[in-house]
Design a protein around this ligand. Structure first.
Ligand code: F6P
Length: 348
């Protein structure tokens, strides 16, 4: 009986358990393979902390990851040689036919290195709420995060209009604006601020004032955590670092709006709420479709690839085309163009 390993690495995201289920069930069903799960990402592979996954009941809808996760990086740190030695030892000792790695951008890079440098048989799946992985149109976790952020912003509209306030909702996304753009658009936000489009505080005040001139007495701003302003680029690096350390972009924005406009402003930082809980239907199916492709790739010894989702189909994408690339929102993105066409301001 062939044995495969699986681990989840990086931030948790809705759909991780559905993907584990897809891999484990199809491996058993199609090729009678057994699956061993390593705990805490690469940590479990280094420490040989593992379990045999026999039971997948209830996994489809469950949030987080039953295998736990961590941001441990095997190729970083003073102890990297020992970590790599342990990985090789445990991989061989378990007699693994392949290792399935589920993770985001950084994880894909590590997976590529494990395949290229150590010659391990690697297949990856794209997971992240940030949707910033190259080689796939979408990663699982993203759609659920957008749903949660949309509902949260929908609810903030009531306070905005009842108090005539400027309400800011800060969403995640790291260096990419996918959650900000999609949740901002679907929630009817008036201003959307993204890392890809440096903004000016002055333009934000102007957009708020323009709404008041149109007798719209409240404004909703959806700001991505990685957004930044032109004005702050001019600050000395140390000054900027201290601002960023103590205040998020949402906090800095709320303070400035109160100082430079006559309006009250309040901030909601969604944080880990948008990463938690059960995956939506799209993410359950995406994770299952991608996960169910893994066993055939292993059987065909087609390694060093990610199973991506392109044009609504699972596609095999070489890890060399994924690792080290960041997928960000481009200027001609249809959502962005549509948002501009209906008068949403990006503060630029
Ligand atoms: O990559 C997913 C993500 O949630 C980002 O959006 C966010 O910047 C980061 O992880 C937070 O990481 P941590 O869980 O380590 O605080």
């Amino acid at each position: 009986m062939k044995k495969i390993g699986i681990l989840t690495s990086g931030g948790d995201a809705p759909g991780l358990n559905a993907a584990i289920r897809g891999v484990v069930k199809s491996a058993k069903e199609l090729h009678n393979m057994e699956t061993v799960g390593f705990y805490f990402g690469f940590g479990g592979l280094i420490d040989n902390n593992y379990t045999t996954i026999n039971e997948t009941s209830g996994l489809l809808t469950k949030g987080g990851t039953i295998l736990k996760t961590s941001r441990i990086k095997p190729f970083k740190g003073e102890d990297k040689d020992e970590k790599i030695k342990s990985i090789l030892h445990n991989y061989r000792n378990h007699d693994l036919s392949a290792l399935v790695i589920i993770g985001g951008n950084g994880t894909q890079k590590t997976a590529y290195n494990l395949s290229k440098e150590l010659g391990l048989n690697i297949i990856t799946l794209p997971k992240t709420i940030d949707n910033d992985i190259s080689g796939t149109d979408v990663s699982f976790g993203f759609s659920s995060a957008v749903d949660i952020a949309t509902e949260a912003i929908d609810r903030v509209h009531s306070t905005a209009s009842s108090h005539n306030r400027v309400m800011i909702v800060e969403v995640m996304g790291h260096k990419a604006g996918w959650i900000g753009l999609h949740a901002g658009l679907s929630s009817g936000s008036d201003i959307i601020l993204l890392p890809e489009i440096p903004f000016s505080f002055k333009k934000v005040y102007e957009a708020i004032n323009k709404r008041v001139e149109q007798r719209k007495n409240s404004t909703i701003i959806c700001v991505a955590e990685g957004a930044f302003s032109h004005d702050e680029i001019e600050l000395l690096p140390a000054e900027l670092a201290s601002k960023r350390k103590f205040r998020s972009i949402g906090q800095r924005l709320a303070r400035k709006i109160e100082k430079h406009t006559p309006y009250e402003s309040r901030l909601t930082v969604l944080g880990y709420v948008q990463r938690g809980g059960s995956p939506n239907a799209f993410d359950r199916n995406l994770a299952t479709i991608l996960g169910a492709n893994v066993a055939n790739l292993i059987e065909a010894r087609n390694f060093g690839n990610m199973v991506g989702y392109i044009d609504n189909e699972a596609k095999i994408v070489p890890l060399i085309d994924v690792a080290g690339y960041l997928k960000t929102v481009e200027k001609d993105n249809q959502g962005l163009v549509a948002a501009r066409s209906i008068g949403i301001s990006f503060g630029d």
